[in-house]
Design a protein around this ligand. Structure first.
Ligand code: NAD
Ligand code: MG
Length: 330
Protein backbone atom coordinates (compact mmCIF):
# COMPACT_ATOMS: atom_id res chain seq x y z
CA UNK A 1 0.00 0.00 0.00
CA UNK A 2 1.41 3.41 -0.99
CA UNK A 3 1.93 6.12 1.61
CA UNK A 4 0.04 9.41 1.79
CA UNK A 5 2.20 12.37 0.74
CA UNK A 6 1.51 15.94 1.87
CA UNK A 7 2.75 19.10 0.19
CA UNK A 8 3.07 22.80 0.93
CA UNK A 9 -0.64 23.38 0.28
CA UNK A 10 -1.55 20.87 3.04
CA UNK A 11 0.55 22.64 5.69
CA UNK A 12 0.03 25.94 7.48
CA UNK A 13 2.72 27.78 9.46
CA UNK A 14 -0.06 29.48 11.44
CA UNK A 15 -0.50 26.16 13.28
CA UNK A 16 2.78 26.97 15.08
CA UNK A 17 2.32 30.71 15.39
CA UNK A 18 2.77 32.07 18.94
CA UNK A 19 4.28 28.74 19.98
CA UNK A 20 7.76 28.40 21.43
CA UNK A 21 9.74 25.63 19.77
CA UNK A 22 12.55 24.21 21.88
CA UNK A 23 15.34 22.43 20.02
CA UNK A 24 17.45 20.11 22.19
CA UNK A 25 20.79 19.23 20.62
CA UNK A 26 22.69 21.46 18.21
CA UNK A 27 24.43 18.96 15.97
CA UNK A 28 23.63 17.84 12.43
CA UNK A 29 19.83 17.97 12.64
CA UNK A 30 19.43 20.33 15.60
CA UNK A 31 21.26 23.26 14.04
CA UNK A 32 19.46 22.88 10.71
CA UNK A 33 16.01 22.60 12.34
CA UNK A 34 16.60 25.57 14.63
CA UNK A 35 17.86 27.86 11.85
CA UNK A 36 15.23 26.89 9.27
CA UNK A 37 12.33 27.19 11.73
CA UNK A 38 13.66 30.56 12.90
CA UNK A 39 14.06 31.83 9.34
CA UNK A 40 10.49 30.68 8.63
CA UNK A 41 9.38 33.21 11.26
CA UNK A 42 8.76 30.79 14.12
CA UNK A 43 9.93 31.30 17.69
CA UNK A 44 12.86 28.99 18.48
CA UNK A 45 14.92 28.51 21.62
CA UNK A 46 17.87 26.12 21.71
CA UNK A 47 18.31 24.22 24.99
CA UNK A 48 21.91 23.44 25.93
CA UNK A 49 23.62 21.78 28.85
CA UNK A 50 25.12 24.17 31.40
CA UNK A 51 28.58 25.25 30.39
CA UNK A 52 28.18 23.91 26.84
CA UNK A 53 30.61 25.43 24.37
CA UNK A 54 27.76 25.59 21.87
CA UNK A 55 26.13 28.69 23.50
CA UNK A 56 28.50 30.86 21.49
CA UNK A 57 27.72 29.16 18.19
CA UNK A 58 23.95 29.43 18.68
CA UNK A 59 24.28 33.13 19.38
CA UNK A 60 26.56 33.62 16.36
CA UNK A 61 23.82 31.96 14.30
CA UNK A 62 21.47 34.68 15.57
CA UNK A 63 19.38 32.35 17.74
CA UNK A 64 18.53 32.26 21.41
CA UNK A 65 20.30 29.66 23.58
CA UNK A 66 19.09 28.80 27.08
CA UNK A 67 19.99 26.20 29.69
CA UNK A 68 17.87 23.09 28.98
CA UNK A 69 15.69 23.57 32.08
CA UNK A 70 14.70 27.11 31.06
CA UNK A 71 14.14 26.23 27.43
CA UNK A 72 11.93 23.27 28.38
CA UNK A 73 9.90 25.38 30.83
CA UNK A 74 8.82 27.76 28.03
CA UNK A 75 8.33 25.20 25.30
CA UNK A 76 5.10 24.39 23.50
CA UNK A 77 7.02 21.87 21.41
CA UNK A 78 10.28 20.09 22.22
CA UNK A 79 12.44 18.56 19.47
CA UNK A 80 14.80 15.77 20.53
CA UNK A 81 17.79 16.22 18.25
CA UNK A 82 20.70 14.76 20.15
CA UNK A 83 22.10 11.25 19.48
CA UNK A 84 19.45 8.59 20.10
CA UNK A 85 21.30 6.81 22.96
CA UNK A 86 21.55 10.16 24.84
CA UNK A 87 17.84 10.99 24.58
CA UNK A 88 16.34 8.87 27.41
CA UNK A 89 18.61 10.45 30.03
CA UNK A 90 17.87 13.97 28.79
CA UNK A 91 14.14 13.21 28.70
CA UNK A 92 13.92 11.78 32.23
CA UNK A 93 16.25 14.36 33.73
CA UNK A 94 14.98 17.58 32.13
CA UNK A 95 11.61 17.00 30.46
CA UNK A 96 9.48 14.36 32.17
CA UNK A 97 7.18 16.10 34.68
CA UNK A 98 8.68 19.50 33.80
CA UNK A 99 7.07 20.37 30.49
CA UNK A 100 4.10 22.69 30.06
CA UNK A 101 0.61 21.25 29.77
CA UNK A 102 -0.19 20.57 26.13
CA UNK A 103 3.46 20.42 25.10
CA UNK A 104 4.24 18.43 21.94
CA UNK A 105 7.22 16.08 21.89
CA UNK A 106 8.91 15.73 18.52
CA UNK A 107 11.46 13.15 17.37
CA UNK A 108 13.45 12.78 14.15
CA UNK A 109 13.77 9.00 14.55
CA UNK A 110 11.41 6.54 16.23
CA UNK A 111 13.81 4.28 18.15
CA UNK A 112 13.30 5.56 21.69
CA UNK A 113 9.52 5.75 21.49
CA UNK A 114 9.03 2.53 19.54
CA UNK A 115 11.24 0.46 21.86
CA UNK A 116 9.95 2.08 25.04
CA UNK A 117 13.18 3.84 26.05
CA UNK A 118 11.11 7.01 26.46
CA UNK A 119 7.51 6.69 27.60
CA UNK A 120 5.84 10.11 27.58
CA UNK A 121 2.74 10.76 29.69
CA UNK A 122 -0.57 9.99 28.00
CA UNK A 123 -1.65 13.65 27.86
CA UNK A 124 0.90 15.05 25.37
CA UNK A 125 1.13 14.83 21.59
CA UNK A 126 4.08 12.76 20.39
CA UNK A 127 5.08 13.17 16.76
CA UNK A 128 7.92 12.57 14.35
CA UNK A 129 9.24 14.84 11.63
CA UNK A 130 12.30 13.26 10.05
CA UNK A 131 14.09 14.83 7.09
CA UNK A 132 15.43 12.18 4.69
CA UNK A 133 18.85 13.81 4.54
CA UNK A 134 21.70 15.08 6.71
CA UNK A 135 21.39 18.42 8.50
CA UNK A 136 23.72 20.26 6.16
CA UNK A 137 21.53 19.50 3.15
CA UNK A 138 18.39 20.34 5.16
CA UNK A 139 19.90 23.79 5.72
CA UNK A 140 21.47 24.35 2.27
CA UNK A 141 18.33 23.41 0.32
CA UNK A 142 16.19 25.57 2.58
CA UNK A 143 18.39 28.55 1.78
CA UNK A 144 18.02 27.79 -1.93
CA UNK A 145 14.24 27.88 -1.57
CA UNK A 146 13.93 24.10 -1.80
CA UNK A 147 13.67 21.38 0.81
CA UNK A 148 14.55 17.82 1.79
CA UNK A 149 11.55 15.45 1.78
CA UNK A 150 10.41 14.59 5.32
CA UNK A 151 8.58 11.79 7.06
CA UNK A 152 5.76 12.60 9.44
CA UNK A 153 4.29 10.19 12.01
CA UNK A 154 1.92 10.47 14.92
CA UNK A 155 2.41 8.37 18.06
CA UNK A 156 -0.04 10.21 20.36
CA UNK A 157 -2.64 12.74 19.27
CA UNK A 158 -4.26 14.18 22.37
CA UNK A 159 -4.93 17.62 20.94
CA UNK A 160 -6.47 16.32 17.73
CA UNK A 161 -4.03 18.62 15.92
CA UNK A 162 -0.88 16.49 15.97
CA UNK A 163 -0.76 16.03 12.20
CA UNK A 164 -1.26 19.76 11.61
CA UNK A 165 1.56 20.49 14.04
CA UNK A 166 3.85 18.03 12.25
CA UNK A 167 3.02 19.42 8.81
CA UNK A 168 3.57 23.01 9.98
CA UNK A 169 6.94 21.98 11.42
CA UNK A 170 7.85 20.23 8.15
CA UNK A 171 6.88 23.39 6.28
CA UNK A 172 9.05 25.50 8.59
CA UNK A 173 11.94 23.13 7.87
CA UNK A 174 11.42 23.48 4.14
CA UNK A 175 10.54 19.79 3.81
CA UNK A 176 6.95 20.38 2.73
CA UNK A 177 8.27 22.17 -0.37
CA UNK A 178 9.48 18.75 -1.52
CA UNK A 179 6.87 16.50 0.10
CA UNK A 180 6.05 14.94 3.46
CA UNK A 181 5.47 11.18 3.51
CA UNK A 182 3.19 9.84 6.23
CA UNK A 183 4.45 6.83 8.16
CA UNK A 184 4.31 5.37 11.67
CA UNK A 185 6.93 5.20 14.43
CA UNK A 186 7.01 1.42 13.95
CA UNK A 187 7.53 1.55 10.20
CA UNK A 188 10.13 4.34 10.28
CA UNK A 189 12.15 2.69 13.06
CA UNK A 190 12.12 -0.82 11.64
CA UNK A 191 12.82 0.15 8.03
CA UNK A 192 15.54 2.63 9.07
CA UNK A 193 17.37 -0.01 11.14
CA UNK A 194 16.94 -2.63 8.43
CA UNK A 195 18.21 -0.31 5.71
CA UNK A 196 21.35 0.68 7.58
CA UNK A 197 22.10 -2.89 8.69
CA UNK A 198 21.32 -4.92 5.58
CA UNK A 199 22.08 -2.49 2.77
CA UNK A 200 23.47 0.98 3.41
CA UNK A 201 26.14 0.51 6.07
CA UNK A 202 26.37 -3.18 6.97
CA UNK A 203 25.63 -4.84 3.65
CA UNK A 204 27.63 -2.38 1.59
CA UNK A 205 30.71 -2.39 3.84
CA UNK A 206 30.72 -6.20 3.84
CA UNK A 207 30.33 -6.32 0.05
CA UNK A 208 33.22 -3.89 -0.49
CA UNK A 209 35.51 -5.79 1.88
CA UNK A 210 34.63 -9.20 0.44
CA UNK A 211 35.36 -7.99 -3.11
CA UNK A 212 38.63 -6.35 -2.06
CA UNK A 213 39.78 -9.43 -0.11
CA UNK A 214 38.93 -11.80 -2.98
CA UNK A 215 41.15 -9.88 -5.41
CA UNK A 216 44.02 -9.38 -2.94
CA UNK A 217 43.97 -13.03 -1.81
CA UNK A 218 44.16 -14.02 -5.49
CA UNK A 219 47.38 -12.02 -5.81
CA UNK A 220 46.20 -8.78 -7.42
CA UNK A 221 47.57 -5.45 -6.22
CA UNK A 222 45.62 -3.94 -3.31
CA UNK A 223 45.66 -0.62 -5.18
CA UNK A 224 43.78 -2.22 -8.09
CA UNK A 225 41.39 -3.96 -5.70
CA UNK A 226 40.64 -0.64 -4.00
CA UNK A 227 39.91 1.14 -7.29
CA UNK A 228 37.64 -1.62 -8.56
CA UNK A 229 35.74 -2.55 -5.41
CA UNK A 230 35.52 0.78 -3.58
CA UNK A 231 36.57 3.93 -5.41
CA UNK A 232 34.36 3.40 -8.46
CA UNK A 233 31.28 2.87 -6.32
CA UNK A 234 30.80 6.63 -6.22
CA UNK A 235 30.17 6.83 -9.98
CA UNK A 236 27.71 3.95 -9.84
CA UNK A 237 25.84 5.23 -6.78
CA UNK A 238 25.54 8.74 -8.26
CA UNK A 239 23.89 7.29 -11.37
CA UNK A 240 21.50 5.13 -9.32
CA UNK A 241 20.71 8.10 -7.05
CA UNK A 242 19.84 10.26 -10.07
CA UNK A 243 17.96 7.81 -12.21
CA UNK A 244 17.64 4.40 -10.62
CA UNK A 245 19.28 1.15 -11.73
CA UNK A 246 18.06 1.97 -15.23
CA UNK A 247 20.26 5.07 -15.52
CA UNK A 248 23.28 3.21 -14.15
CA UNK A 249 22.78 0.51 -16.81
CA UNK A 250 22.56 3.15 -19.51
CA UNK A 251 26.05 4.40 -18.66
CA UNK A 252 28.00 1.16 -18.14
CA UNK A 253 29.23 -1.05 -20.99
CA UNK A 254 27.26 -3.99 -22.38
CA UNK A 255 29.93 -6.28 -20.94
CA UNK A 256 29.36 -4.77 -17.49
CA UNK A 257 25.58 -5.17 -17.88
CA UNK A 258 25.91 -8.84 -18.90
CA UNK A 259 28.12 -9.50 -15.85
CA UNK A 260 25.67 -7.57 -13.70
CA UNK A 261 22.55 -9.54 -14.57
CA UNK A 262 24.22 -12.96 -14.71
CA UNK A 263 26.63 -12.71 -11.71
CA UNK A 264 24.91 -10.26 -9.35
CA UNK A 265 22.21 -12.75 -8.31
CA UNK A 266 24.95 -15.29 -7.46
CA UNK A 267 26.59 -12.83 -5.05
CA UNK A 268 23.39 -11.78 -3.32
CA UNK A 269 21.37 -14.98 -3.43
CA UNK A 270 18.57 -16.71 -1.53
CA UNK A 271 20.99 -17.38 1.36
CA UNK A 272 21.68 -13.64 1.71
CA UNK A 273 17.99 -12.89 1.54
CA UNK A 274 17.22 -15.46 4.22
CA UNK A 275 19.83 -13.75 6.43
CA UNK A 276 18.16 -10.40 5.68
CA UNK A 277 14.85 -11.86 6.87
CA UNK A 278 16.57 -12.98 10.09
CA UNK A 279 18.03 -9.52 10.61
CA UNK A 280 14.59 -8.01 10.07
CA UNK A 281 13.07 -10.45 12.57
CA UNK A 282 15.62 -9.37 15.22
CA UNK A 283 14.60 -5.76 14.61
CA UNK A 284 10.89 -6.59 14.78
CA UNK A 285 11.04 -8.62 18.00
CA UNK A 286 13.27 -6.11 19.84
CA UNK A 287 16.39 -8.30 20.00
CA UNK A 288 18.51 -5.75 18.16
CA UNK A 289 17.22 -2.86 20.27
CA UNK A 290 17.80 -4.70 23.52
CA UNK A 291 21.35 -5.65 22.46
CA UNK A 292 22.16 -2.02 21.56
CA UNK A 293 20.64 -0.56 24.73
CA UNK A 294 22.63 -3.02 26.88
CA UNK A 295 25.80 -2.36 24.86
CA UNK A 296 25.43 1.34 25.66
CA UNK A 297 24.82 0.63 29.34
CA UNK A 298 28.02 -1.42 29.39
CA UNK A 299 29.87 1.56 27.84
CA UNK A 300 30.19 -0.10 24.42
CA UNK A 301 32.93 -2.75 24.85
CA UNK A 302 31.97 -4.74 21.71
CA UNK A 303 31.18 -1.64 19.69
CA UNK A 304 34.66 -0.25 20.38
CA UNK A 305 36.45 -3.55 19.80
CA UNK A 306 34.65 -4.34 16.53
CA UNK A 307 35.12 -0.86 15.12
CA UNK A 308 38.79 -0.85 16.06
CA UNK A 309 39.21 -4.07 14.08
CA UNK A 310 37.45 -2.48 11.10
CA UNK A 311 39.88 0.45 11.22
CA UNK A 312 42.76 -2.00 10.90
CA UNK A 313 41.44 -3.65 7.72
CA UNK A 314 44.02 -3.39 4.88
CA UNK A 315 41.52 -1.60 2.64
CA UNK A 316 41.74 1.43 4.93
CA UNK A 317 45.52 1.75 4.59
CA UNK A 318 45.51 1.40 0.78
CA UNK A 319 42.52 3.68 0.51
CA UNK A 320 44.15 6.41 2.55
CA UNK A 321 47.27 6.28 0.41
CA UNK A 322 45.35 6.39 -2.86
CA UNK A 323 42.99 9.13 -1.74
CA UNK A 324 46.11 11.18 -0.98
CA UNK A 325 46.69 11.22 -4.77
CA UNK A 326 43.21 12.58 -5.45
CA UNK A 327 43.59 16.29 -4.90
CA UNK A 328 39.91 16.95 -5.69
CA UNK A 329 38.86 15.06 -2.53
CA UNK A 330 40.47 17.61 -0.23
P1 NAD B 1 24.24 14.67 16.38
O1 NAD B 1 25.14 13.54 16.74
O2 NAD B 1 24.68 15.58 15.29
O3 NAD B 1 23.92 15.54 17.69
C1 NAD B 1 24.96 15.99 18.44
C2 NAD B 1 24.46 17.11 19.35
O4 NAD B 1 23.64 16.60 20.39
C3 NAD B 1 25.62 17.79 20.00
O5 NAD B 1 26.06 18.84 19.20
C4 NAD B 1 25.02 18.26 21.30
O6 NAD B 1 24.39 19.51 21.05
C5 NAD B 1 23.92 17.26 21.60
N1 NAD B 1 24.26 16.23 22.60
C6 NAD B 1 25.12 15.20 22.45
N2 NAD B 1 25.15 14.42 23.55
C7 NAD B 1 24.27 14.99 24.41
C8 NAD B 1 23.87 14.66 25.73
N3 NAD B 1 24.35 13.58 26.37
N4 NAD B 1 22.95 15.47 26.31
C9 NAD B 1 22.45 16.54 25.66
N5 NAD B 1 22.81 16.90 24.44
C10 NAD B 1 23.71 16.14 23.81
O7 NAD B 1 22.78 14.08 16.11
P2 NAD B 1 21.99 14.03 14.73
O8 NAD B 1 22.71 13.17 13.77
O9 NAD B 1 21.60 15.41 14.37
O10 NAD B 1 20.70 13.21 15.20
C11 NAD B 1 19.68 13.81 15.99
C12 NAD B 1 18.41 13.02 15.78
O11 NAD B 1 18.03 13.13 14.40
C13 NAD B 1 18.54 11.54 16.07
O12 NAD B 1 17.31 11.09 16.60
C14 NAD B 1 18.76 10.94 14.69
O13 NAD B 1 18.35 9.59 14.60
C15 NAD B 1 17.87 11.83 13.86
N6 NAD B 1 18.18 11.92 12.43
C16 NAD B 1 19.46 12.15 12.02
C17 NAD B 1 19.72 12.31 10.66
C18 NAD B 1 21.12 12.61 10.19
O14 NAD B 1 21.33 12.62 8.97
N7 NAD B 1 22.11 12.91 11.01
C19 NAD B 1 18.69 12.22 9.72
C20 NAD B 1 17.38 12.02 10.18
C21 NAD B 1 17.15 11.86 11.53
MG1 MG C 1 18.77 5.94 8.77
Amino acid sequence: MSATIYYEKDANLADLKDKTLCVLGYGSQGRAHARNLHDSGLKVVVGLRDGSATFKQVEEDGLQALPITEAVAQADLISFLMPDPAQPEVYYRYVDGKMKKGCTLLFAHGFNIHYGQITPPADVDVIMVAPKGPGKIVRDLYEEGQGVPCLVAIHQDVSGAALKTGLAYALGLGGARAGVVETTFLEETETDLFGEQAVLCGGLAALIKAGFETLVEAGYAPEMAYFECCHELKLIIDLIYQGGLKKMRKFVSDTAKWGDVTRGPRVVDEYTKEEMRQILAEIQDGRFASEWVLENQAKRPRYNALLRREDEHPIEEVGERLRGMMSWLK
